[in-house]
Design a protein around this ligand. Sequence first.
Ligand code: DC
Length: 228
Amino acid sequence: MSNNSEFITVAIDGPSASGKSTVSREAAQKLGYVYVDSGALYRGMTWKAVREGVDVKEPDRVIALMECSNWEFFLDDKVLKFTIDGEDPTAQLRSEPVRERVSDVAVIPEVRAFMVDRLRETAEFGDLVMEGRDIGSVVFPNAVFKFYLDADPEERARRRYRELLETEGRGDEKQVLDSLKRRDLKDSSRKTAPLQIPLGARVINTTRMAIEEVVDFIVREVKRAEGA
Ligand code: DC
């Protein structure tokens, strides 16, 4: 399936702590596009499972819960948000119980198929910047703009460590690096939609770049083509 609406999609993929989220949010703001964090949907499903006491290691139960839950999408200041059965899980999406379980939920093929359909539907909201792991490869393989952000594992671990210090006041750099490498391996070796550089994506290595430089590069590329 392609991005067959008349709207523009900017697909931004990459591993965790590549700078993807900040860059995507700021690029969307500068372009006046809707920002979609696709990981939030996988986190939302995980939040729902935790809330209903469903063990994420039992895919059949997760799938059953997903199929009977009602998802509604809306825009909040050009940021895509959603409710599940009437509840907005935004504040809980980065909590520890969700963080610990989300990669088990994201490997369930039925969950991925459901989320891919929901993500494609968001094209109806207008021009989008969507970030994730499989946006340029699976969700919108025909996106006009595809970027793949990367950075050395050591630099990504430093960024994540600094983030942890800010949000939780503690962290262990070595542990962060080990867990990041484990997650990279899990993300790139899973059977369904593994993390990969999408065909036709511009690869940006952000190791020695400031966030603003990356944002400006993407905005410039999109604006140049828009004006062409
Ligand atoms: O980007 P994030 O940390 O919020 O992603 C949460 C989880 O969802 C992580 O395990 C990767 C997975 N994910 C995915 O498989 N495909 C996406 N398009 C986005 C996220």
